[in-house]
Design a protein around this ligand. Structure first.
Ligand SMILES: Cc1cc2nc3c(=O)[nH]c(=O)nc-3n(C[C@H](O)[C@H](O)[C@H](O)COP(=O)(O)OP(=O)(O)OC[C@H]3O[C@@H](n4cnc5c(N)ncnc54)[C@H](O)[C@@H]3O)c2cc1C
Length: 324
């Protein structure tokens, strides 16, 4: 591991100033992802800016139209917060699937959203893949069983944040401070750059600080399911979140999002529109039709075609869970 300096920021502005005061400044939250990347020599940081002391960023609170979750709230807090759990059971379920209790106790919401690729070519220190500035995605025609079914660029590394998938279905907004101004991003905005640009994992630029995520109270029913190789301590092969409001027993503003199959939470407007106004007590055939719409344009690679039936099953099950 290369030597680095360490500083603690006491305000978002000082965090940005500190990070930009050196060539490779990086924010350090729970450290679960960043420290591993540093140890493997995959990220070069000469200054770690500890953001955990930033005041007010660990709060979870209800505001008039929804809930505000500070970027420093831990994944365990999101999992266990009674008010959040009652309002958004799908979000609590997504948090409960993250890694292990030990990791959830220190992993933060901001760090979870900004975590880097799990692609094993990217994570291999001796492989200069496209995501690290090389000229080739080794996974595209190589060992690609964990990779994307959808992508907008030659890199096939998927976004694996469980929270991002639940937030996408709930139409949550990430508030990001860039040069003193607050930007409000949907989850699609948060990962859009990764869809287009193989070098990035998300749309954050150096110095951008996630300060909170706002979740509107529009969708009172939500569910989250993921399929992994291991029961715990593992990322999802495929994850799925569904959420909806209810109007007279019918779905109002339904949303479905899939994770681990695209550089961003995968959503299809056609599926959401199809479900609008359908009875909450959905039958299996209608849920299957919605799932088909979501996966219609999937482009499996040589070794990950198995993800399609898993995704179809998760969508159906998540939609049926909205009834209870
Ligand atoms: C075995 C294992 C299994 C896992 N399974 C899952 C899973 O199923 N689902 C899942 O979602 N995750 C999973 N994870 C990943 C884990 O949840 C993330 O590594 C963790 O949430 C990162 O949070 P952190 O606070 O530790 O981030 P850090 O490691 O501190 O930071 C991660 C990145 O985010 C940046 N960052 C941190 N905070 C901010 C901020 N406020 N603004 C801007 N940038 C910021 C950092 O600079 C860094 O680049 C797993 C991890 C392990 C080890």
């Amino acid at each position: 591991m290369k030597p680095f300096s360490y500083a603690t920021a006491l305000s978002p502005e000082s965090a940005r100033q500190l990070a930009s005061s050196s060539k490779h400044g990086a924010y350090l939250a729970g450290g679960n992802d960043l420290l591993g990347l540093l140890k493997e020599g995959l990220v070069e940081a000469d200054l770690l800016v500890n953001v955990k002391a930033l005041p007010g960023l660990g709060k979870i609170e209800q505001s008039g139209a929804g809930w505000s979750i500070g970027a420093l709230a831990t994944v365990a807090q999101v999992e266990k917060h009674p008010g959040l759990k009652a309002a958004f059971p799908g979000l609590a379920a997504a948090a409960a699937e993250v890694a292990s209790p030990q990791i959830r106790n220190v992993a933060t919401v901001g760090g979870n959203l900004a975590q880097h690729s799990r692609c094993w070519y990217f994570r291999h220190r001796d492989t200069l893949c496209l995501k690290k500035g090389g000229d080739h995605c080794f996974a595209r025609n190589g060992e690609n069983r964990y990779h994307t079914l959808f992508t907008g660029n030659p890199c096939v590394s998927p976004m694996v944040s469980s929270l991002a998938v639940a937030f996408a279905a709930l139409d949550a907004v990430a508030v990001v401070v860039r040069e003193g101004k607050e930007l409000r991003w949907s989850m699609a905005d948060f990962y859009h750059r990764a869809w287009e640009n193989p070098l990035t994992h998300h749309s954050l630029e150096p110095g951008d600080l996630v300060v909170r995520v706002e979740v509107p109270l529009l969708r009172t029913r939500s569910a989250y399911l993921q399929a992994s190789e291991k029961h715990a301590f593992d990322w999802a092969l495929v994850s799925c979140a569904a959420a909806t409001g209810i109007d007279g027993g019918k779905m109002k503003g339904p949303r479905i999002a899939l994770g681990s199959i695209s550089p961003m939470p995968h959503q299809a407007e056609a599926a959401n529109t199809f479900l609008e106004g359908k009875p909450l007590a959905l039958d299996d055939a209608t849920a299957t039709q919605a799932a088909d719409l979501l996966l219609k344009e999937a482009q499996p690679l040589e070794h990950n075609g198995y993800k399609v039936p898993i995704a179809l099953a998760l969508v159906r099950r998540a939609l049926l869970q909205l009834q209870s």
